[in-house]
Ligand binder design. Structure first.
Ligand code: GLP
Length: 252
């Protein structure tokens, strides 16, 4: 596992954006795995800037988002379809039929999970997957549990997760109790994974995650220790408690 520590969130976002730009430039049909939450916003900002300068295009790319709240659809303000539109899609030249997000409003959510899994497999898996990390170690919405789930599935959100995400809603009561998330198997089949962690509030979970190579479904991100090609990018604040191995400075 490669660990990159940058001096601030701006450098970290730039570093990750460049990883995505390389995949966009090198592949005929790049499949991007995208994330939501506060963390990736700077990455998307830099991708928009690069697109605006004419340096990259998304016209040949596909995307799969990690997750969506159950009950929220493409027009809901707090839904991830809206987030992606507002933070990336409306500013770049992705073909809308090539961007995929689980439909939280599907009449048969189980069927929607199976459809989403099949679609990822039909496209040959993901070339580069962007991940954030929850305070409890979740990736996507794969919450701490007794076992890992392989495929896209419905998950009951942890109270901690609902609390952490309440800031995106008017009040905590509005945060859905369930979500659809890509499974651990689908995330692990990505050819390359980049986990981005920004800010001091991520220091504790990053210390737990990087402090041991044991794989434990109670700390879902720990599965990444079993992947061949993971890059962890943190700003100094998130890396505050990280002591293992050497510090790598990002160069841009
Ligand atoms: C959310 C998302 C995750 C995200 C994580 C961290 O609940 N489902 O994909 O990585 O929590 O969010 P943030 O970046 O806002 O800290």
């Amino acid at each position: 596992m490669e660990v990159i520590i940058t001096k601030d969130r701006s450098e970290a976002s730039q570093y990750v954006a460049e990883m995505f730009m390389n995949v966009l430039a090198l592949k005929d049909r790049p499949v991007l795995g995208l994330a939501t939450g506060g963390t990736p916003k700077g990455v998307y900002g830099r991708l928009i800037d690069a697109y605006t300068r004419g340096e990259i295009t998304f016209h040949h790319a596909l995307s799969f988002n990690l997750d969506e709240y159950l009950g929220l659809g493409k027009d809901d303000e707090q839904g991830y379809a809206r987030y992606m539109k507002e933070n990336l899609f409306q500013f770049v030249d992705f073909k809308s039929e090539n961007t995929h997000i689980p439909n939280g409003k599907a009449p048969d959510p189980e069927k929607e999970c199976a459809r989403y899994s099949d679609l990822i497999h039909a496209q040959g898996g993901i070339d580069i997957q962007l991940l954030g990390i929850g305070d409890n170690g979740h990736i996507g919405f794969n919450e701490p549990a007794k076992t890992f789930k392989r495929h896209t599935h419905i998950v009951e959100l942890d109270e901690k997760t609902r609390e952490a995400n309440a800031r995106f809603f008017d009040k905590k009561d509005d945060v859905p109790f369930k979500a659809i998330t890509m499974g651990i198997g689908e995330i692990m089949q990505s050819r390359r994974i980049v986990l981005l962690a920004l800010g001091e509030h991520k220091a504790e979970i990053m210390e737990r995650f990087l402090g041991t190579e044991d794989i434990d479904p109670e700390l879902p991100a720990s599965i990444l220790h079993a992947h061949q090609h993971v890059t962890v990018v943190m700003d100094e604040a998130a890396a505050k408690n990280y002591r293992k191995g050497e510090k790598h400075e990002a160069t841009d």
